[in-house]
Design a protein around this ligand. Structure first.
Ligand code: FAD
Ligand code: MG
Ligand code: MG
Length: 325
């Protein structure tokens, strides 16, 4: 009614990166809003084309095919993500390791060849898991030192995509947006009514979309790793997709879910996977030593552990979970 147009919601979804993506923005210009969202999805597609191990001619596939043979020149995108991946591999002492590929292939979680491998197969694959043997030369030339190595950016590239989407939205003047890349959430700005965004934390024991609690944030990302997302059952044992690079088996340390809250989604993605493998004590210690990064760690007995900056900031909505610290 007045001179200023009201902001309204525009939302769109897509299936990329092997997962369901949703981008919601609030803007007064519907046409521009649609274009901005389309630009975001094109950017995600570009990232997938560069970094997917399921695409025959992606840069990461080229790097893997040339393992032990020669270096491959890649885009700034792929070089940046690999650089970050190595940085977080070092920081987590190899708990997060982008060279985990031979083990991911061997277990084949949620593929047509998923199975529990023989011990000797695991030992063989473990020989090629070593992030220090990912060589980055002249900034964007990548070489895997040994034949048999295979990099997998599944634990970090969705985070990078979320950061890139947030950057596009900011550049295009969007002030309020909610981005969800398969559980990798980025809340841009605040809500149009001025309140913080409410982000649900997945209940690891219930179907996707069922929450155990809520955090209120603005201009932050919430990134989770869990044993409930991708797994297969054999007998009573759940074999899930987060592999401990030291043992070659799915990480089993009592943790069933880790959530990182920070302002960088790429960092949060690598860290959520890394602290899942590190477990409660070492994982919490690492997060306490990084500024402006907070976490929630959930154990199999439904204990909920918060980093010091999260105290009082998680509203538990399902009282079978208990605050443990
Ligand atoms: P996270 O904890 O963030 O990551 C776990 C994933 O990282 C595992 O699935 C594995 O790939 C890898 N990983 C396991 N252990 C470790 C470890 N210790 N250190 C480092 N990494 C580890 N899925 C499909 O089904 N089909 C596709 O075509 C497909 N294409 C994709 C393309 C891209 C570019 C990306 C980023 C992902 C794609 N995915 C695809 C999804 C991918 O396979 C993973 O399942 C997904 O990224 C897991 O993310 P998460 O956030 O659930 O778990
Ligand atoms: Mg991750
Ligand atoms: Mg992730």
């Amino acid at each position: 009614t007045g001179c200023t147009k009201e902001k309204t919601l525009i939302t769109d979804s897509a299936y990329m990166l092997g997962t369901y993506l949703q981008i919601s923005i609030w803007t007064e210009d519907q046409q521009k809003g649609k274009e901005v969202i389309a630009e975001c999805f094109r950017r995600i597609q570009e990232i997938e084309q560069n970094m997917s191990v399921n695409i025959e001619d992606s840069e990461v596939t080229k790097i893997n095919k040339n393992a032990g043979i020669e270096q491959v020149a890649v885009s700034n995108d792929t070089a940046f993500v690999l650089g970050k991946a190595k940085e977080y591999a070092a920081l987590t002492k190899g708990a997060y390791d982008p060279s985990i590929g031979p083990l991911v292939k061997l277990w084949g979680i949620e593929t047509d060849h998923e199975r529990v491998p023989e011990k000797n197969e695991i030992d063989e694959a473990l020989k090629y898991v070593n992030y220090n043997a990912i060589q980055i030369q002249d900034e964007n030339k990548i070489k895997l030192a040994d034949r048999g190595m295979f990099i997998d950016l599944g634990g970090i590239a969705k985070g990078y995509a979320a950061d890139e989407v947030a950057n596009i939205l900011r550049k295009r003047g969007i002030q309020h947006a909610m981005v969800n890349l398969g559980g990798n959430v980025y809340a841009l700005g605040n809500k149009i009514d001025g309140d913080d965004w409410k982000v649900g934390i997945q209940n690891p024991y219930e179907p996707t979309g069922t929450h155990m609690g809520i955090v209120e944030i603005n201009n932050m990302t919430v990134v989770s790793s869990g044993n409930y997302e991708r797994y297969f059952m054999k007998g009573d044992i759940r074999y899930h997709h987060i592999i401990d690079p030291k043992t070659g088996y799915p990480a089993e340390n009592g943790v069933i879910s880790t959530v990182i809250i920070s302002n960088s989604s790429i960092d949060a993605d690598a860290l959520s996977t890394g602290i899942y493998v590190l477990g409660l004590e070492k994982g919490m210690e690492l997060i306490e030593n990084i500024n402006d990064v907070e976490c929630i760690i959930i154990t199999e007995d439904k204990g909920v552990y918060l980093s010091s900056g999260m105290e009082g900031k998680l509203k538990i909505s399902n009282d079978t979970f208990y605050l443990a610290n």
